[in-house]
Each structure stands twice: as C-alpha cells, then as structure tokens.
Ligand binder design. Sequence first.
Ligand SMILES: *Cc1c(COP(=O)(O)O)cnc(C)c1O
Length: 379
Amino acid sequence: MMSTKTCRSETGDPLLLTPGPLTTSKSVKQAMVHDWGSRDPAFIELNRKVLVDIAALAGGDGLVAVPMQGSGTFAVEAMIGTFVPRDGKLLILINGAYGDRAVKIATRAGRAHVTLVTSEDTPPAPAELAKQLTDDPEITHVFAVHCETTSGILNPIADIADVVAKSGRRLLIDSMSAFGAVPIDAATVQFDALAASSNKCLEGVPGLGLVLCKETVLRDCGGNAHALSLDLADQFLALEKNGQYRFTPPTHVIAALSQAVAEHAEEGGVEGRHARYRANCDLLVEGMREMGFETLLPDDLQAPIIITFKMPRDPNFSFTTFYDALAARGFLIYPGKLTVAESFRIGCIGRLDHHDMAGALEAVRDVMADMHVTSGVAA
Ligand SMILES: *Cc1c(COP(=O)(O)O)cnc(C)c1O
C-alpha cells in the first residue's frame, strides 16, 4: 500500500517516468564506485562479456554488439554513416521525431535519402513500403524506428523487415526505446544493424550507445563512415585487435551496464522485463482512463514503454501546475512532442513496478482534485 504522497527511488531520488534517463537500481549505481583502467585486463574482460551478452539478447547468431560512446543518437548517427555507403540511398520511415532526426543525420552525412511519412498515430503500411521500394530501385537501405518514442507507438518491425528483405534491400533499426524489453530475434527479423543504448530498457546509466550488427556486413563497411569517431567498422576492428577502445571509454557506464545486464537476466531476460513493463503500462492506462484521460493510441498500437495522453479539456487543467505538483510528489513526467494533438507522456520503463505506478496514479488523482479538475477527458 502506498501510505505517503511522495514516492522515491531506492536512493531517495524522484521516480523518472520518462523515456530516459530513467530510474536505475541502487546496485547499478553502486557499480560505478570503482575506477577502472581502460587497458586493464579486468576491464577488457568486463567489456567483452557485456557486449556478448547484449548481442545474445537479439538471438546472437552472427551478430556483434559494437559500442559507441555517447547518447543514443551517437549510435544512430554511427549506424547510418557506417552502413549506408556514400553512394547508397536511404529510405527513412517517419512517424515521429526520431524518424525526422534520421533525416537530419542523413543530410549531414551527405547520404541520398527519401522518406515515407505517416501520421504520429499510424504505422507505415507494408504494402506502401513495398511499392516505394519497387518504384525506386536506387534505394539501398531502409531506416525504421522500432518504438517511436514520440508517441509510444510500436511499429510493425517484423513486417517491415520482411518487405525489405524480399525486395533485396537492407534494414537499419532504431530500437533505442524498445531493445531489451520488446523481443526481436535476428534469426527471424532480418536487419543489418540495430541501435540501442545503455540506458532505456537495459536500465543502465546513460553514456553508451550500442549497435548490434551483422558481423559479415560490418566487415564490408570499412571506409563508409564520414566521421572518424562515429566509424563502427573502425571501432569494431580496434576492439577485436586488443579489446581496447580507440578513444576513452566511459568505464563507469560500462561497469554499471554490466550490472544492469546481470539484473536483466535475473528478471528473466527480455521476456521478464517485457512482462513488468506491460503490467506497469496496463495499470497506468487503466487508472488514467478511470479518471477520464484518453490515450493517443489504441491499445494494439501501444508499446509498453511510454504512453501519450491527450491534454484534458477542462479549463482548470494546467500542464505546468500538473507537472510541478507531480514532481513535488516525486514523479517526473514528460511533456508531449506531438504535432497531431496537445499531449503529455508518462513512461513505464526503468526500475519501476506496480507499486510505483499505483503511487503515480494516486498522485495524479490528488493533483487533479487540487486543480479542481473532475475529469481528464480530452478536447
Ligand atoms: C532515446 C531515443 C534515441 C536517442 O536519444 P538520445 O537522447 O540521443 O539518447 C533515439 N531513438 C529513439 C527512438 C529514442 O527513444
């Protein structure tokens, strides 16, 4: 039972109901109290093992996990630059901000690209993708976002991968907000590369991007990258040679990731984590709907990652007041990022369980009462 009106993490911090950075366990944070020499055999082994374990989360076979220092975008930028050759052409599937970001990355990298845009609440239709690939034989690669965190929509990655494979093109996936909690198996979903991060569903601390690559394909990508630091082929070869990073690795982040991956396995791997996030999501959506709130997405398109709620129409509702009052009770939520509707978002990933979600709902109920808002029903 939630007995108080504030809720805190194991270390007394506010709970981050956001898509990253997100709440991590105390033991993950404690893994960072040591200093590691980057050329020390103990660190080299820790790093090697964590990368092998992470590649195994997508089936492992023929895959290598190549780390990239930085936030998730660094990994996405490295993936596009390394895998799309300079004379390649990228089709970018867009239904949110992360698809838009890939356009900016391709533009900067000087890679020819075209787009297939759908609304933020609509996944791309496989038939339309197939048609665009047939109509434009110059397209060599397709970029798709797995869970588009802008809305929380789960894009049909297996169907997209089928179409791309059947047309003889290659797929790059931004699975940043899904990897580790939404199952994907490289044996059945064909892709050349998939970008993820130490934070988000792996529940490590932010600071390391990860690109799961088909090793044979990666070995053919030398010389593609437009940026030295973002060259995954070069990064892979250096690590293969002596286990060392080309440039300073975030040693503490990697030590925390190693602990986070062990905790992921203890929870039952991708399936176990998915089950907890699913339960968090269901509890949150049900409780919010009881208060009248409306989700942007129908349940069958909703990934159990982050939920977009439409802004209530009650004139007494103020998002700033709502946000601040929830923060004062220990819950940090996320503003909306949509163009289709005024909205806000509540995440259900990170070290959060049903007690935390129940606490969040209680806090929302209290804050609504304080604002004299009787229903969360949208405009
Ligand atoms: C979080 C996220 C990223 C990376 O964002 P950073 O702020 O660079 O960590 C990329 N794609 C998606 C879908 C994401 O959710």
